[in-house]
Design a protein around this ligand. Structure first.
Ligand code: HEM
Length: 302
């Protein structure tokens, strides 16, 4: 392969890394706004808002396409990053004798591959904890306690919150498949009272329930009010520490990556480049900080 081809391909890789990296920054903003509902909307409103949001994110066709682009971007970004690092190492196998890296580059810029690998590891663990459970396991559905006047149950009754905005008492519901909620067949009970009763049909479908991602997340980060089918995570303090550390790593990665992506894409402007650099630094501090506050606030909320 000619030298220019290698150069070309490494430039192409850097372009792809920049484009996918900036797209992932947009993903981070959207993901952060969605997750802030966990801490800024209280009680049953927060639970409804978050589970409705998660339902929308997994059912809207446009968002589904965006999700696939996100997964592909993570893969491309990581694979290109690894290949570029290997390529750079091969191109310069012997360390310079006179090597003062501190004078030529910032600390995060020299550790981009290490920081990126740590973030990839975090994403794999994180997706197994939430996304994997949401998509590949049967999860408890969103339930609320309702109080029916004039009944003998002052404790209230559990009811499923459904996608058409209604509540269906748990005692009257049958779950079909993962989220379908059908009305229980009361034939046997009614026939006991009225033997002439003829069954009209099998469990008519009532509505669809929401997977209770809100309770899963709250329990994962040790919020002790949530006992809705999710055992409280005994490792919650460790999970919170791990998330906070991962967000520090993300911050360092973005500190260099954000402005560097614009530079690779050829954005070089006397007026705008300093602005992009300042925006990148603010972004790399504020976004990871806000993400880190979410598990901390959930853990501390009682
Ligand atoms: C610390 C706060 C965070 C919380 C509470 C959180 C929570 C969640 C939850 C509940 C899901 C599953 C629901 C869904 O698919 O939207 C999810 C998915 C995901 N998270 Fe996070 N997340 C956090 C931070 C992050 C960070 C910092 C990254 C990236 C570095 C990230 C990357 C992802 C990805 C790639 C998915 C799959 C998204 C999709 O399917 O479109 N998350 N997260």
């Amino acid at each position: 392969m000619s030298k220019s081809a290698i150069l070309k391909s490494s430039i192409a890789k850097k372009w792809w890394m920049s484009l996918t990296g900036l797209f992932l920054c947009l993903f981070l903003v959207g993901h952060l706004l969605g997750n802030l509902q966990l801490v800024f909307i209280d009680g049953i409103d927060g639970k409804r808002a978050f589970n409705e949001y998660a339902y929308f994110m997994t059912h809207n066709p446009l968002i589904k396409v965006m999700s696939y682009i996100t997964y592909l971007s993570i893969l491309f970004h990581a694979i290109d990053g690894i290949m570029l690092t290997i390529q750079n190492k091969k191109a310069r196998p012997i360390n310079y004798v006179y090597n003062k890296p501190g004078e030529n580059s910032s600390l995060p810029s020299r550790y981009m591959a290490v920081l990126g690998s740590a973030i990839l590891l975090f994403i794999v663990i994180h997706m197994a904890n939430f996304w994997g459970k949401m998509h590949f396991s049967t999860m408890p559905l969103h339930k609320e306690t309702i109080y029916i006047p004039l009944t003998q149950n002052p404790e209230g009754e559990e009811a499923y919150y459904t996608t058409n905005g209604t509540l269906l008492a748990e005692s009257s519901a049958v779950i079909a498949g993962e989220t379908k909620l059908n009305i229980k067949d009361f034939t046997a009970e009614i026939q006991q009272q009225d033997p002439s009763y003829i069954k009209k049909g099998d469990n008519p479908q009532f509505a669809e329930g929401y997977k209770d991602l809100h309770s899963l997340t709250m329990a994962f980060f040790g919020h002790d009010k949530t006992k809705e089918g999710f055992p409280l995570n005994p490792m919650a303090p460790l999970a919170v520490v791990m998330y906070v550390l991962a967000m520090c790593v993300l911050g360092f990665h973005l500190w260099h990556g954000f402005a560097s992506a614009f530079q690779t894409l050829g954005v070089n402007h006397a007026k705008y480049t300093p602005l992009i650099k300042s925006f990148g630094k603010a972004f790399s501090v504020l976004v990871p900080l806000a993400f880190a506050l979410i598990p901390i606030m959930i853990f501390l909320s009682k």
